[in-house]
Design a protein around this ligand. Structure first.
Ligand code: GRF
Length: 203
């Protein structure tokens, strides 16, 4: 059983896709051992509670400085003793020691086809605003391992989504979630849980 810890900041629709994937068995050999949010008001925490999954908020507001917050975050993660970490809309830069500890054991979902519209400042709706401003006809989502950079880790899965005439950032965001994110994130976890995706240091 792959023990997964999911880190969230917002609505948690990607978390929901993982929960649903486990219950409908598109994800096998995996269980969520914890959901951790930096944002007390994240609806993702409610989703976890509703499904009886351990959840906790570690908010930077409760700590004097970034270093203390990072220590508390890492402690909360380590306490769940996860084999695998999923960043599902987690809007916090991961501290270097945590990247090192969970190298090739931590994945992120990004709502574009990396290397387009990624890196510092490209999160949430901003990604889709940029895609529309550039006039791309195809966008999508990417699941990648987390390394020291922002959206620079090894790519695991990508899925393309068509941009349509008249799309607003909100409409495009929703289509990218439905057609790409909610599919490839559970798929990457299924691969990790069943050996199709080699995780950990040895490749
Ligand atoms: C998603 O678009 C994800 O790709 C990005 O943040 C958003 C999170 O949405 N990193 P949700 O909280 O999973 O609904």
């Amino acid at each position: 059983m792959l023990k997964i810890c999911v880190l969230v900041s917002g609505g948690g629709t990607n978390l929901q896709a993982i929960i649903d994937g486990i219950s409908n068995k598109t994800i096998t050999n995996a269980e969520i051992v914890g959901v951790i949010s930096n944002n007390r008001n994240a609806f993702a925490l409610e989703r976890a509670k509703k499904h009886g999954i351990f959840s906790v908020c570690v908010s930077p507001k409760d700590y004097e400085n970034r270093e203390l917050f990072y220590q508390a975050l890492m402690k909360a993660v380590d306490e769940r003793e996860p084999d695998f970490i999923v960043l599902a809309g987690f809007l916090v830069a991961i501290p270097a020691p945590m990247v090192e500890k969970y190298r090739r054991r931590m994945i992120n979902i990004h709502p574009s086809l990396i290397p387009s519209f990624c890196g510092t400042g490209y999160y949430g709706l901003k990604v889709h605003e940029a895609a529309l401003a550039r006039g791309v006809k195809v966008t999508g989502a990417t699941v990648h391992f987390v390394d020291e950079g922002t959206d620079t880790g090894e790519i695991i899965l990508q899925k393309a989504v068509e941009v349509q005439q008249g799309d607003t950032p909100e409409v495009l965001q929703r289509r990218v979630m439905e057609e790409a994110e909610w599919k490839i994130l559970p798929q990457a976890i299924e691969m990790a849980a069943n050996g199709t995706l080699k995780i950990g240091e040895e490749r």
